[in-house]
Ligand binder design. Structure first.
Ligand code: PLP
Length: 260
């Protein structure tokens, strides 16, 4: 059944007028299918919006959520803790690469990005490197919808309406080289040298002013661009050389969606 009135809701990343003239309404989901309001089964080829990796409506998950709501629906996160948040953080630390052993939870990818950038700035300041305040992003990068995220992001339509954004931000070039890499499978052969663009920004701003660079290891929202072979390794080297924090935004690509 279609809702009677579609007016009040502003839908994100959706041409609202066009949608509301011819709405596509999903009313339920099970396994790998959605069901539309007119009863059609639709294959969900993107696992929600990459958010339902374990498929839709798994009874194990709904039962666990219901059990938790009965036992403890909410506890304040400031100055109080509950056992399961520590348990989950410990389990995540065990599967993270060595040396990454602390977890800060957030409610969305956008909020995770803002938190990561704030942590980077606060970290530099707290170790006596308070002049390291610049944040570097990349052309075609996507880091969510909040102000810092669109500032370090490089998707023009997400930035152009919102004024001068965060100050002290710069961008390295994207690695999309269709003339060299078209039809390549997996990581493309060409483009590792584009990592030197970070070195260019270091020469321009000086490393003593740069706190962190944030990148999607595989760019997702702007078109799905795997990194050229050797590119991320070179970025890592430049960051180490200049004492710049390297933040990988794996909101789309992490946790079993890619890799082993
Ligand atoms: C790389 C990346 N960062 C951040 C975000 C923002 O996540 P959210 O939509 O949960 O705020 C996304 C969302 O697709 C993303 O792909």
């Amino acid at each position: 059944m279609k809702p009677n009135n579609l007016e009040s809701l502003w839908m994100p990343f959706t041409p609202n007028k066009a949608f509301k003239k011819d709405p596509r309404i999903i009313v339920s989901a099970k396994g790998m299918h959605f069901t539309s309001d007119d009863g059609r089964l639709i294959l969900d080829g993107t696992a929600g919006l990459w958010a339902c990796n374990a498929s839709h409506g798994r009874s194990k998950i709904t039962e666990a959520v219901a059990r938790q709501l009965e036992e403890l629906d909410y506890s304040p996160p400031f100055q109080f803790g509950h056992p399961k948040q520590f348990e989950l953080a410990n389990r995540l630390s065990e599967i993270f690469p060595e040396g990454m052993n602390h977890v800060f939870f957030s409610n969305s990818g956008s909020e995770a990005v803002e938190s990561a950038l704030k942590i980077a700035l606060a970290y530099q300041r707290s170790r006596g490197k308070g002049s390291k305040t610049r944040l570097i992003g990349s052309e075609k990068g996507y880091h969510g919808t909040n102000f810092a995220g669109i500032s370090v992001g490089g998707m023009v339509k997400n930035r152009m309406y919102y004024g001068s954004l965060l100050s002290g931000v710069d961008h390295i070039r994207h690695t999309h080289l269709p003339e060299l890499n078209s039809y390549s499978r997996g990581q493309p052969e060409h483009g590792a040298e584009l990592a030197e663009d970070l070195e260019r920004l270091v020469q321009l701003h000086d490393a003593s002013t740069i706190a962190a660079i944030i990148l999607e290891p595989v760019k997702g929202s702007s078109g799905v661009y795997p990194p050229p072979k050797g590119y991320l390794e070179r970025i890592r080297e430049i960051c180490t050389k200049h004492d710049i924090l390297l933040i990988f935004d794996e909101v789309i690509s992490g946790f079993g969606r890619l890799g082993k």
